[in-house]
Design a protein around this ligand. Structure first.
Ligand code: B12
Length: 216
C-alpha cells in the first residue's frame, strides 16, 4: 500500500485508510511521504470535491476525522532534528476558526525541529494569544486562519500588540488555506508559510534574525 493509494482512500472517505496507514508504517514506508503524498493529498482531494459540489459539510467532516486519526498514527514516526530548544512558539487557530489540522501539523514539525511549542487550540481570541505568548515567554506567535471571515483576526492581534507596546517583543507569523504572502505583508505580519516544512524554515530564519539583532 503506497501513499497515493492512501490519498485515494481518504479522497473516497474510506475508513480503510486508517488500517492502510498502519500497514504502510509496519512495512517501513516513509512516514514523511505517507503524510505529505498520502494523508494531506487525500484531504486536498476531499477539499476539491467539496468545492466542486460533489461533497457537502458531513463529507468534509468525515474527511477531517479520518485524516486526524491517520496523522495521529504517523506523528510518532516522524524524524526529529537535534534536541536543543531553538525558540518558543505559541500557535493556534484564530477566533471563529475551527480548522485545527493545519496548525497541528505545523506545531508537530516545529517540535520535531527542536522548537518548544504551545498549542492553544481553536477559536482563540487575540488577547488570549497575547496573554499566552507572555506567559510562555514566546519568541513567535503563529496564527492559523482558513476562512475569509477569520483572516482579519490576525490583523486585529497585530494591532493589539502595537497598541500594547509589545509589537517588537514577538514575531507574528500567519498561515492557513486562504492566506498568502501578500495578505501577511498587508497586515504587517513577520512571515507566512504555505506548509509545515516551510513554516519550520521561516521560524528558524526569524530566530536567527532575532539572535543577530540581540548580539548587535
Ligand atoms: C477539512 C476542512 C474542514 C473541517 C476542519 C476539520 C479540522 N479538524 O480541522 C470542517 C468540516 C470542521 C470544516 C468546517 C468549515 N469549513 Co472547511 N475546509 C476543510 C478543507 C477541506 C481542508 C482544510 C484543512 O484542514 N486542510 C489540511 C491542512 C493540513 O492543509 P493545508 O491548508 O495545506 O495546511 C498547511 C498550511 O495551511 C500551513 N498552515 C496552516 N496553519 C498555519 C499556521 C501558521 C502560523 C503557518 C506558518 C502555516 C500554517 O501549514 C499547514 C500544514 O502543511 C478546506 C479546503 C481546502 N482544500 O483547504 C475547507 C475550507 C477551508 N473550509 C471552508 C468552509 C466554508 C468551512 C465552513 C464555513 C463550512 C460550513 N458551511 O460550515 C466551516 C467553518 C468552521 C469554522 N468556523 O472554522 C472553505 C473556506 C472558504 C473561505 N474562502 O472562507 C474551504 C476553503 C472549502 C471551500 N473551498 O469552500 N472545514
Amino acid at each position: 500500500m503506497d501513499a497515493s493509494e492512501i490519498a485515494r482512500l481518504i479522497g473516497d472517505l474510506d475508513t480503510q485508510a486508517i488500517p492502510a496507514v498502519e500497514r504502510a508504517l509496519r512495512d517501513g514506508e516513509s512516514p514523511v511521504d505517507l503524510l505529505q503524498q498520502g494523508v494531506i493529498r487525500g484531504l486536498e482531494i476531499v477539499g476539491q470535491k467539496f468545492e466542486s459540489g460533489d461533497y457537502f459539510l458531513p463529507e468534509l467532516m468525515t474527511g477531517g476525522k479520518i485524516t486526524e486519526t491517520c496523522i495521529a498514527l504517523i506523528n510518532p514516526h516522524l524524524p526529529r532534528d537535534g534536541s536543543a530548544t531553538l525558540g518558543v512558539v505559541v500557535i493556534g487557530a484564530v477566533q471563529g476558526d475551527f480548522h485545527d489540522l493545519g496548525y497541528s501539523l505545523v506545531a508537530k514539525q516545529l517540535e520535531l525541529a527542536g522548537f518548544e511549542v504551545h498549542q492553544l487550540g481553536v477559536d482563540v481570541p487575540p488577547l488570549t494569544f497575547i496573554d499566552q505568548a507572555q506567559e510562555f515567554n514566546a519568541d513567535i506567535i503563529g496564527l492559523s486562519a482558513f476562512l475569509i471571515t477569520t483572516i482579519p483576526k490576525c490583523k486585529v492581534l497585530i494591532d493589539y500588540l502595537r497598541d500594547m507596546g509589545l509589537r517588537d517583543r514577538f514575531r507574528v507569523i500567519i498561515g492557513g488555506g486562504q492566506t498568502s504572502q501578500d495578505v501577511a505583508d498587508q497586515m504587517g505580519a513577520d512571515g507566512w508559510a504555505p506548509n509545515a516544512v516551510e513554516a519550520v524554515r521561516l521560524c528558524r530564519n526569524l530566530m536567527e534574525q532575532r539572535r543577530a539583532a540581540a548580539s548587535a
